[in-house]
Design a protein around this ligand. Structure first.
Ligand code: ADP
Ligand code: MG
Length: 698
């Protein structure tokens, strides 16, 4: 496979544009993209026509405005290029208007009350900063996909892309201000970059098909542990099995065609768990690409008789999945602003951006935590695998020491015992962190980027990225304002470092985040420990949160309120689905199987007694099984009534609380009974595939 020949073949990228667009149109489009201006309609017409010709040559018949509604997945409505002619035939047409703007009845997408029913239309607008691409389906149909933003008639964002683009502008604007005061006269744009590492599980399709819980809820609601878990630590980076290797090869190929630079693939910690990561790119494209990654993972898996599970915690007692989101800022001349430089000047700049991160994360730890909250992640965070629910920043010993020393007003001494004065001396070389150095931190500085490890595996990276961009914009805004007023930039930089460490240094923690001591220590430091999605969502309406997003024009108050309602709705609806699936499985599969076994035991006892043989074992088993069966039956009834009661609560927050405290809690009790019964009942009578089937039979 010649990757260079495959890569980007389905993307309307720069090379394709150069080839298919007249030179002046190409120049005009490039200028529009670079300066984020409005595209004149005449130019849009030429672009649309070229795009259509290119797509048709590659077999396309339809186009779609591809967008990311607040459901968390992507949406598309296909329109064909055909247009009737007076002679009764058709021609293939695609205008600039059709490219730039779409209108659709969008009443079935979540709007959180932003769109009144009388105005059910939603509008999609072309995001020309992310290239159009072709999607091929199994039927051989090819569709031209145009990445778009999705908003209401009154321009309120109904999607994840709009605020992402706004937050990227906000952080760019403030970063440029800081760079300007530091003497950079040329930078025109600062870009937030993301590299998202995607974890996932694979399961054999035939086992998956027999598990209603996996089918409708994405996670197992029952299942006794397999004899083996992940205790041997033999899966992580282990040899990739042939069947999986073939899947991964297929996946790479499909992603490369879409221009996704998939580069890393390996086995993860849990059995049947894997990871892929693309090379980082601008946040907006990375978010689009991650959606394509999730979609392609599932599509390719099916083709190979597998199912890809993106849920954060498909199985109890083994690791769950996350999406480590690597974030950095770079200038239009390619400088990474989170990379320590070689000159004193570059280092002062580096330290200021690091300070912005420290103060932003400390000030808004609650909002960051919220950006990674969903019902699936509640099963993952705080366990002994994923990052804890407490937000802290890992800086590494060396950098922390440098910051602390500067904060004390002394000349910083590095381990190599060189001294350092901000803006005058160069920093000692910092050791680059590798993934193993502190895997327990939820937010780690890894040499030239920050790695946010809390992000849920099934979620869009837009939410955490919007938050990071916005809180950093605020911190940079403050830094820029101080520097703009300062007489001596070097001195002021040192003061900023001092103040940051004094006010926000508590967020830095380089130790073991899984330890109990850290929980106590974090509490002493006053860091929030937000244990569940419902608690995290409570920060939405708070003035601090609303004010922040309003100030940087990322989300209006209305848009925030809508999101609050939608995310809470998603939370309790998900648990409601889980409760329904649990009830269905217990009533239609588990209880009948268990009753069948009790009958077998009772028959056996009767027969044994008739011949005066001992039936002690059978009696003992029958008594144990019956005890758990009764308990399971009681919990089933309780779950039914709790679910019903919770669902009747009209206030979203109270409803979510009831689902968390009553419904989920009863589901856990019910699971205990069923899992215990699974260990008592003959394998051949157990009605669903076991954990051993699901985890070890790939
Ligand atoms: P790890 O040690 O965590 O495995 P890698 O270097 O393999 O780190 O990178 C993991 C992800 O981080 C990849 O997607 C990679 O492209 C991305 N990444 C690397 N550098 C940056 C950067 N400057 N900004 C954002 N993401 C980056
Ligand atoms: Mg990593």
């Amino acid at each position: 496979m010649d990757v260079t020949k495959i890569f980007g073949t389905n993307v309307f990228n720069d090379e394709v544009m150069r080839k298919w667009l007249p030179k002046d149109t190409y120049d005009e489009l490039k200028k529009t993209i670079e300066n984020e201006m409005h595209l004149p309609e005449a130019v849009a017409d030429v672009v649309a026509n070229a795009m259509k010709d290119w797509a048709i040559e590659k077999g396309a018949t339809h186009y779609t405005h591809w967008f990311q509604p607040l459901t968390g997945s992507t949406a598309e409505k296909h329109d064909s290029f055909i247009s009737p002619t007076p002679q009764g035939g058709v021609v293939m047409e695609f205008s600039g208007k059709q490219l730039a703007k779409g209108e659709s009845d969008a009443s079935s997408f979540p709007s959180g009350g932003l769109r009144a029913t009388f105005e059910a239309r939603g509008y999609t607008a072309w995001d020309y900063t992310s290239p159009a691409f072709l999607k091929e389906d199994a039927a051989g149909d090819v569709t031209l996909c145009i990445p778009t933003a999705f908003c209401s008639y009154t321009s309120e964002a109904l999607d994840k892309k709009t605020p992402l683009l706004r937050s990227m502008s906000a952080v760019s604007k403030q970063a440029i201000r800081v760079l300007r005061v530091l003497g950079n006269k040329t930078v025109k744009k600062v870009t937030a970059n993301i590299g998202a590492e995607q974890e996932y599980f694979l399961v054999d399709k035939k086992f998956f098909a027999e598990r209603l819980d996996l089918i409708v809820a994405g996670r197992t609601l029952f299942g006794a542990p397999a004899p083996k878990g992940q205790e041997m630590e033999d899966h992580y980076f282990g040899q990739i099995k042939d069947r999986v290797a073939e899947f991964m090869k297929d996946l790479d190929k499909e992603l490369w065609k879409l221009g996704v630079a998939a580069t890393i693939k390996h086995n993860e910690v849990a059995p049947s768990q894997f990871e892929m990561a693309p090379i980082f790119t601008s946040a907006n494209i990375a978010a689009d690409h991650n959606q394509l990654v999730m979609e392609t993972l599932q599509k390719v898996a099916i083709r190979r008789g597998l199912v890809c599970l993106l849920h954060e915690k498909p199985y109890a007692r083994v690791n769950g999945s996350g999406k480590h989101t690597n974030w950095s800022l770079s200038t239009d001349d390619g400088t990474n602003l989170l990379e320590p430089g070689k000159t004193p000047h570059e280092n002062a700049q580096f330290l200021l951006f690091i300070c912005a991160l420290i103060s932003a994360v400390d000030r808004h730890a609650d909002i960051i935590r919220r950006s990674a909250a969903n019902s699936g992640n509640d099963h993952r965070l705080g366990g002994h695998e994923a990052p804890p629910a407490i937000i802290s920043v890992f800086m590494g010993e060396e950098l922390t020491e440098i910051l602390e020393t500067i904060a004390k007003g002394e000349k910083a001494k590095s381990k190599a015992s060189t001294t350092l004065e901000v803006g005058v001396d160069t920093l000692p070389a910092l050791p680059k962190d590798n993934a193993d150095r502190n895997r327990t931190s939820p937010f780690a500085f890894t040499g030239n980027k920050f790695e946010f490890r809390m992000v849920p595996s099934s979620a869009s990276i837009s939410r955490p990225c919007i938050v990071l961009n916005t809180i950093v914009a605020e911190a940079l805004d403050e830094i820029a304002t101080r520097l703009e007023k300062a007489e001596d930039i070097h001195k002021e930089t040192a003061y900023i470092i001092r103040d940051t460490m004094k006010e926000h240094g508590r967020i830095i923690f380089n130790g073991n985040n899984y330890s109990d001591e850290w929980k106590t220590e974090a509490e002493k430091r006053g860091l929030p420990n937000i244990s569940s999605t419902v608690e995290a969502m409570k920060t939405f309406p708070e003035e601090k949160s609303v004010g922040l997003f309003q100030k940087y024009k990322v989300l209006s108050k209305g848009e925030m309120c809508a999101r609050y309602e939608i995310y809470l709705g998603q939370y309790y609806k998900q648990i409601n689905i889980e409760a329904n699936a649990a009830l269905d499985m217990v009533k239609s599969l588990y209880i009948p199987a268990i009753i069948h076994y009790t009958r077998e035991l009772a028959d056996a006892i009767g027969k044994l007694v008739a011949v005066s043989a001992s039936a002690d074992v059978q009696r003992d088993l029958l008594s144990k099984v019956s005890t758990h069966l009764e308990s399971a039956y009681r919990n089933t009834q309780k779950l039914e009534s709790e679910r019903e009661k919770a669902f009747k609560i009209t206030d979203s927050l109270k409803c979510s609380e009831a689902f968390r405290d009553k419904v989920l809690a009863t589901m856990a009790d019910l699971r205990e009974d069923i899992d215990m019964l699974e260990t008592l009942i003959p394998r051949k009578l157990w009605p669903v595939p076991t954990y051993a089937d699901l985890l070890f039979k790939l």
